[in-house]
Design a protein around this ligand. Structure first.
Ligand code: FAD
Length: 402
């Protein structure tokens, strides 16, 4: 029997772990290197849109994900100033019918837990915690991957390297041919918090994704873990300025300063913000979309995946969903063409790059729409208020039906 191809994945986030499963299902042997001592993420929620849950179902993971996730009843958009409803659209009852898969919200650590357990149950996958990928060299017939655990250096030979190492992907920088664009700060900061449901006002305990729109700011909330926790994200246009976010990433926020930014908002929104026990800061970045996801040209052995390929602002809640789409497309390409790695990676790139670029740009635009001030916001709110739920849902078909 021919030996299985060996894939090394740099990064064990949602993208890397889902890719490991997709590649194992396509018949590859996979090693995932995660530089952190464990696979995980400090408290935050994720919306998993139908384009993501459809692929999790195809990988046999949806039932387990549904055990931890919640199918929210509706999305509700409100105006910050007076709390007026701008539009409500059903989600839970219609997602499966309309888009062929559920719309879920889930604690990110729970999703990662499902993915890690599935990887650990798969004999073709080896998970290596606390080991960073330090670089790679493409050689004839393969790629040599350099690893680092503390002072201990290592080398692993593989047929293909998948760089799923996030927004500040070191492997992407090593591509070194025209991808030198840096991540771009969107001018916004996402303040993230988790509050016990007992501490928040009643409206925020409902099984819905709430979205409040105000000038130069918006607020998102939804329940997690059977409604025991409420995920709150307050996005503002201040609180951070600078070129390098690394030292400010996930820093604590000042409760009073954040609350002051919302003091002209409706009392419901202010009460929710006041209920957050602590805030963590996430400066929001994206990057100009690139059509080139593979390296080097002609003898491709390395490909980007997830935020490493297409970091995006969170305003469409699609970053992880697009990483899951990538993973699934990569698995499909290997299942069809795997004998020829160059052709496989080219097929993966052409299946994914244009769609991901479209989502990156749509997400940028969405941020601009959410943060409009007077008078544009008046026109936006009138348009939204006139939208029927059906018209609102149909705007999402291109994104969720794929
Ligand atoms: C405020 C906010 C809200 C969001 N909400 C949503 C949402 O509702 N829905 C949604 O779909 N998306 C959402 N996103 C986006 C989503 O979080 C990301 O797009 C997603 O986590 C990307 O996954 P990834 O696996 O590509 O990268 P990451 O999650 O960044 O994982 C990369 C991994 O690689 C590891 N790593 C890095 N370098 C190395 C190395 N050299 N060697 C080994 N390992 C390495 C890191 O430790 C990390 O574990 C949101 C983002 C933000 C900021």
């Amino acid at each position: 029997m021919a030996e299985r191809s060996h894939a090394v994945i740099s990064g064990g986030g949602v993208g890397g772990l889902t890719a490991a499963l997709a590649l194992a299902r396509a018949g590859l042997r996979v090693t995932v290197f995660e530089r952190a001592e464990d696979f995980g993420d400090v408290g935050a929620g994720l919306q998993l849109a139908p384009n993501a849950t459809r692929r999790l179902r195809a990988l046999g993971l949806l039932e387990r994900v549904e055990r931890h996730g919640l199918a929210v009843d509706q999305a509700r958009l409100r105006r910050a100033r007076d709390g007026a409803d701008l539009v409500r659209a059903p989600l839970g009852a219609i997602a499966e019918l309309r888009w062929g898969a559920p719309y879920l919200v889930i604690h990110r650590a729970d999703l990662l837990g499902v993915l890690v357990a599935a990887c650990e149950a798969e004999p073709a996958i080896e998970l290596r915690r606390g080991v960073a990928v330090g670089g790679f060299a493409v050689a004839s017939g393969g790629v040599e991957v350099a690893t680092r655990r503390g002072d201990e250096l290592g080398r692993v030979n593989a047929d293909v390297l998948i760089a799923a190492d996030g927004l500040r992907s070191a492997q992407r920088e090593r591509f070194g041919f025209g991808l030198g664009d840096a991540p771009v700060w969107s001018g916004r900061v996402a303040w993230r918090a988790l509050a016990p449901s007992g501490a928040v006002p009643e409206f925020a305990r409902k099984y819905e994704t709430g979205l409040w729109l105000g000038p130069r700011a918006h607020l998102v909330h939804y329940p997690l873990r059977n409604g025991e926790l409420i995920n709150i994200v307050a996005i503002t246009e201040d609180g951070w300025r600078g070129a390098d976010a690394s030292d400010l990433w996930d820093a604590a926020g000042d409760k009073d300063a954040i609350a002051r930014g919302f003091e002209r908002w409706h009392p419901d929104a202010r009460a929710l913000i006041a209920a957050a026990p602590e805030w963590r800061r996430w400066p929001v970045f994206d990057r100009a979309p690139t059509r080139r996801w593979t390296a080097p040209q002609g003898a491709a052995r390395v490909a980007l995946l997830g935020d490493a390929a297409h970091p995006m602002t969170p305003f469409l809640a699609q970053g992880a969903a697009q990483a899951i789409e990538d993973a699934s497309a990569l698995g499909d390409a290997f299942a069809r063409l795997g004998g020829d790695i160059g052709a496989t990676l080219a097929a993966y790139e052409s299946a994914r790059a244009a769609r991901a670029a479209k989502v990156v740009l749509a997400s940028r635009r969405q941020g601009g729409i959410y943060h409009m001030g007077f008078p544009l916001a008046v026109a936006r709110d009138l348009t939204l208020a006139r939208l029927s739920p059906e018209a609102m849902l149909s705007r999402l078909d291109w994104l969720y039906s794929v």
